[in-house]
Design a protein around this ligand. Structure first.
Ligand code: SAH
Length: 404
């Protein structure tokens, strides 16, 4: 093991958590640590019988003090270890290759055994997104494993905002840096269920695209025939394209980001060879969703299918209350636009709000709009976003039908 180590003893309840394969340990889980340590040191965890329990990434700068990498017998945390994790992750994703899909989350962080690390593939480009600076000392070994297992043409680095400064200071790495391969002078083309999309992995949100919604987008496509569809928080038009291909007559993409809507238009142009997409009447509205939905209601516009996929409203526990009010408000506004028997699809990517709480907020909003909604389905992340611990289940999507 090349990284310096910190010997750690855990509380009894933390020991149980590790045995249950939970990947996070907060500061209060730690009874003693042999030294202060630096981000990326290897935490070597012992149980109360002095038996080695697990190895993890030590991070003194994060509330999550240890991210568990490996349980059981000692082993080196090196390129061989990372390559094994990559191969295991690839095996789960194999079915996607057969679905004309080249935009794939290859590693979904903690749930794929590489906590705080995401690896997305867009055709032959890989985007590595780090959520903790504890990965920095391991980057050379991680990159060697990526080269060996995936041999990408290009590797782009993205950094969570919270660690941008630390990465700049400690390693001279900035968000959007090109780690390997030719410079990117144009957006990337990739496919999702046969549709062509373009994304910008350097400047785009997340790693350029919201891959987690792939299956929900496909389901919207199946429900869209003959409908007028409103896609609020559309980003680059993911749900809109599926709706158009599914036979929607009119599709409105609504987002506050002009750049995202420009890309949505381009994505429609890219797929103009699909007759249904060429035929659909697609319009973009660049505005704050709350005011635009209210305006559309006043203009008496009505839709048979409304998709609401806002950004996370609750990023911390204190924001849960205000987030639930915002979800209720959105549902109220969305219901105001629903035609009789119209469908409302509402998603939340706030990890702290579960599906029942979201449902509660939606029904509250619907009641305020004087509508009754029947929930007929709940769904979550796509196949390449496995979830192996409760906090990993951030995405919920509810499917509701309005009474006449
Ligand atoms: N549904 C999209 C992903 C949505 S991400 C997909 O399938 O790809 C959330 C989007 O909401 C982002 O594009 C962001 O620009 C937009 N957004 C954030 N706040 C907004 C607001 N108040 N009004 C409208 N759009 C907003």
């Amino acid at each position: 093991m090349s990284a310096p180590t910190v010997t750690v003893r855990l509380t009894h309840s933390a020991e149980r958590l590790v045995r249950m394969e939970h990947p996070w340990l907060y500061a209060e889980s730690i009874r003693s640590a042999s030294r202060e340590g630096d981000a990326g040191d290897l935490a070597v965890m012992f149980d109360h019988k002095q038996k080695l329990l697990a190895l993890g990434l030590w991070d003194p700068d994060s509330p999550i003090r240890i991210r568990v990498l490996h349980r059981g017998k000692p082993r080196p945390i090196d390129r061989t270890f990372f390559a094994e994790r990559l191969r295991d992750a690839l095996a789960i994703r194999a079915p996607l290759e057969a679905q004309a899909t080249t935009g794939i989350r290859v590693v979904n962080g903690d749930s794929d055994g590489l906590p705080g690390l995401v690896l997305d593939r867009y055709a032959s480009t890989l985007v590595l997104k780090l959520y903790t600076a504890a990965w920095l000392p391991h980057l050379p070994e991680v990159r060697a494993a990526i080269d060996g297992v995936l041999a990408p043409e290009r590797l782009v680095l993205r950094l969570a905002r919270a660690i941008e400064r630390a990465c700049e200071q400690r390693a001279g790495l900035s968000d959007g840096a090109l780690l390997a391969g030719p410079a990117l002078d144009a957006p990337l083309d990739f496919r999702e269920n046969g549709l062509r999309f373009r994304c910008d992995p350097v400047r785009g949100q997340k790693t350029g695209f919201f891959l987690d919604q792939r299956e929900n987008r496909a389901r919207v496509g199946e429900l869209a025939r003959g409908k007028r569809v409103l896609n609020a928080f559309s980003y680059t038009g993911g749900f809109s394209l599926y709706a158009a291909r599914g036979g929607a007559t009119d599709v409105v993409s609504l987002d506050s980001s002009r750049a995202a809507l420009d890309e949505a238009r381009e994505n429609f142009a890219l797929n103009a060879d699909v007759p249904e997409i060429a035929r659909a009447n697609h319009t973009c509205v660049c505005d704050d969703a709350f005011s635009a939905l209210a305006r559309l209601e006043r203009e008496k516009q009505r839709f048979e299918l409304v998709v609401l996929d806002p950004p996370a409203f609750a990023k911390s526990r204190d924001e849960v209350g205000s987030a639930l009010s915002a979800y209720a408000k959105l549902a109220e506004l969305g219901c105001g636009l629903l035609a009789p028997e119209g469908l409302l699809v509402m998603a939340s990517c706030s990890a702290r709000i579960d599906a029942d709480a979201l449902a509660g907020a939606i029904h509250k909003g619907a009641a305020r709009a004087g509508r009754k909604l029947d929930e007929w389905q709940r769904s979550a992340h796509a196949l390449d976003h496995p979830v192996r611990f409760p906090e990993g289940a951030y995405l919920k999507c509810l499917w509701l039908r309005a009474a006449g």
